[in-house]
Design a protein around this ligand. Structure first.
Ligand SMILES: [Zn+2]
Length: 221
């Protein structure tokens, strides 16, 4: 039996929070180490905070600090910045990207991996990271591959993929996930009050797939 280890692979600071944030908190509460391979610093992010606290030059550094803070809240014990540039991951050498992820997989021997579902990740950076993650894991013999949970966001994903087979009730850690969302201040300052109000008033329509339930498709090889 391998020791539990979670590996998270996304391109942008905040993907880890908005995507599997609650699930990661639950893993960390069980004492499972979590490594995050974060592709970029989200330096092309459209938000600068409210009140504004960043400009185009300072945004990467500020987002790095925000990410570190969010990682503390989520229980991510090992943050690894891959150093790619926001919005250009799709143009990077795919073989090199795959190799970097593969090397991390060999080193860490993760038992669970989180990324996006290729074809249903909406943003080109998301698609590129997801495709490279799957290519990296596909290098392992089938029986050695970790469980791979994929997030899908495309409008038609339920029509194509059916219902998600992995449903995680995160309501017990909703406040902590909200703390992680807040940590990404430059990106979330404008919307955080919406989250707080929805949570306070138990507005299930809003908090449903944000602060109550996280859903994944287990990748079928
Ligand atoms: Zn993203």
């Amino acid at each position: 039996m391998k020791k539990p280890h979670v590996l998270v692979v996304f391109p942008h600071p905040d993907d880890e929070t908005f995507g599997p944030g609650g699930s990661l908190i639950l893993h960390s509460k069980q004492g499972t180490p979590i490594t995050y391979l974060c592709g970029t610093l989200g330096e092309m992010g459209r938000q600068m905070g409210s009140p504004i606290t960043a400009n185009r030059e300072t945004l990467p550094l500020i987002r790095k600090r925000e990410l570190e803070e969010a990682c503390k809240v989520l229980g991510i014990t090992d943050l690894r910045l891959m150093g790619y540039h926001d919005k250009t991951v799709e143009f990077e050498d795919r073989e090199e990207l795959t190799e970097k992820i593969y090397q991390a997989v060999i080193e860490l021997q993760p038992t669970i991996v989180y990324t996006y579902y290729p074809g249903h990740a909406v943003h080109p950076d998301h698609e590129a990271m997801a495709e490279a993650t799957i290519a990296a894991l596909a290098r392992l013999p089938l029986e050695e591959r970790p469980v791979l949970y994929c997030l899908a966001f495309s409008i038609n994903h339920r029509q194509v993929l059916g219902e998600p087979d992995m449903n995680v009730d995160i309501s017990s850690v909703a406040q902590e996930k909200l703390q992680a969302i807040k940590a990404h201040y430059t990106q979330t300052a404008l919307t955080i009050s919406r989250y707080e109000a929805a949570l306070a008033h138990n507005d299930t329509e809003f908090i449903g797939n944000r602060l109550q339930l996280e859903q994944y498709y287990t990748y079928k090889w």
